[in-house]
Design a protein around this ligand. Structure first.
Ligand SMILES: *Cc1c(COP(=O)(O)O)cnc(C)c1O
Length: 377
């Protein structure tokens, strides 16, 4: 089964399958100074702040590019050259923030846990107690590498108690998993158009505490990544500094309207959670095992351990599923050979059930009896 436009369903962490209304919103052209476009852009920025109840305290600064551009811009704008970051790492996206800071010439230390293990709050607290020069703590909400949900409430509490600044890469969780700025004290949260908000790829954004951003003039190491400048310019005339991704914003506006109609974050969380439960339950019946326990699993993307059966060859499993209309995602883990299946995008029970039927058919075609992984050594 393919999508109504004849494309495979994307069971990936993004770009995702988007709705017809979201795609159709792009069938126009806008001038960058067009009043309708400026109003649409303002609406998108307002709605994004509402998702984390931060209209009174934070501002939304969008940026052209993929999510990484928004992460790089936020870190470079908020962390001064004299600052020092502590990065909580348990996967590829934490490592990426460390790499961004190396490029930017900012001082950073890393606290790493394995990919299936949340950050250690005791260790974080000890580091903040011991090193008063740490100015910022950087964490990832859902680490998409494994699909683990990191405990940002506890992290935020520890960081706030120590009076440091918290920056959250919430890319793959934003819109689906609650972050309330009145309960979780953060100075910046970054996300993008093409994950749980189900827009098309092309913009990232940061929700930044206004009182903090006001003091960030001159921090950025790159003009196009200077979110202070981007914010000031947009506040001034409602326009983007450089060519805006007009069609991406139009699609994002439509996607956000659908998000609101679905009941906002609680509505999206419910659909993704049902997708995730159905996927994991049925895969376990086929013998597959998840990397994470259910309590650590975010309803975003699920990591399955590689089956032990020698007839299971991931590349042919992937290709055969693609032929049947489903694109899954390879693994990126160091702790165990694995692959991933996403449960986000414009899809629900019907599509997940059909994907599971396709998986059963492919296993039969390959002659694989069970998805059971090898016993851990
Ligand atoms: C997707 C993602 C990003 C950004 O990736 P891009 O490929 O640049 O869009 C950053 N962090 C996390 C946790 C992500 O899931």
């Amino acid at each position: 089964m393919t999508t109504p436009t004849g494309d495979p369903w994307l069971l990936t962490p993004g770009p995702l399958t988007t709705s017809a209304a979201t795609k159709e919103a792009m069938l126009h052209d806008w001038g960058s100074r067009d009043a309708a476009f400026i109003e649409m852009n303002a609406r998108v920025r307002r709605e994004l702040l509402k998702i984390v109840s931060a209209e009174a305290t934070h501002v939304c600064v969008p940026l052209q590019g993929s999510g990484t551009f928004a992460v790089e811009a936020t870190l470079g704008t908020l962390i001064p050259k004299t600052g020092k970051a502590l990065i909580l790492v348990n996967g590829a996206y934490g490592h990426r923030m460390a790499k961004i800071l190396r490029y930017a010439g900012r001082t950073a230390i890393v606290q790493e846990t394995p990919e299936d293990t949340p950050p250690d709050i005791t260790q974080l607290t000890a580091a903040l107690d011991a090193d008063k020069t740490i100015t910022h703590v950087l964490t990832v909400h859902c680490e998409t590498t494994s699909g683990i949900l990191n405990p940002i409430e506890k992290i935020a509490e520890a960081v706030a108690t120590h009076g440091r600044s918290l920056i959250i890469d919430a890319m793959s969780a934003f819109g689906a998993i609650a972050i309330d700025s009145r309960k979780i004290k953060f100075d910046a949260v970054m996300a993008s158009s093409n994950k749980c908000l189900e827009g098309v790829p092309g913009i990232g954004f940061a929700l930044i505490r206004k009182s903090v951003l006001e003091k960030c003039e001159g921090n950025a190491h790159a003009l196009s990544l200077d979110l202070y400048d981007q914010w000031k310019a947009m506040e001034g005339n409602g326009q983007w500094r450089f060519t805006p991704p007009t069609h991406v914003i139009a699609a994002f506006d439509a996607a956000i309207q659908a998000f609101v109609a679905e009941g906002g974050q609680p509505g999206r969380f419910k659909r993704y959670s049902e997708n995730c439960r159905l996927l994991i339950g049925s895969m376990r019946q086929l013998g597959f095992e998840t990397l994470l326990t259910d309590t650590l699993q975010a309803p975003i993307i699920v990591t399955f351990k590689m089956p032990a059966d020698s007839k299971f060859v991931f590349e042919s499993f992937y290709d055969k599923l693609k032929d049947k209309g489903y694109v899954i995602y390879p693994g990126k883990l160091t702790v165990a050979p694995s692959f991933r299946i996403g449960c986000i995008g414009d899809l629900g029970k019907t599509e997940i059930e059909a994907a599971l039927a396709a998986i059963r058919d492919v296993l039969t075609e390959m002659g694989v009896g069970t998805g059971r992984p090898a016993k851990a050594a």
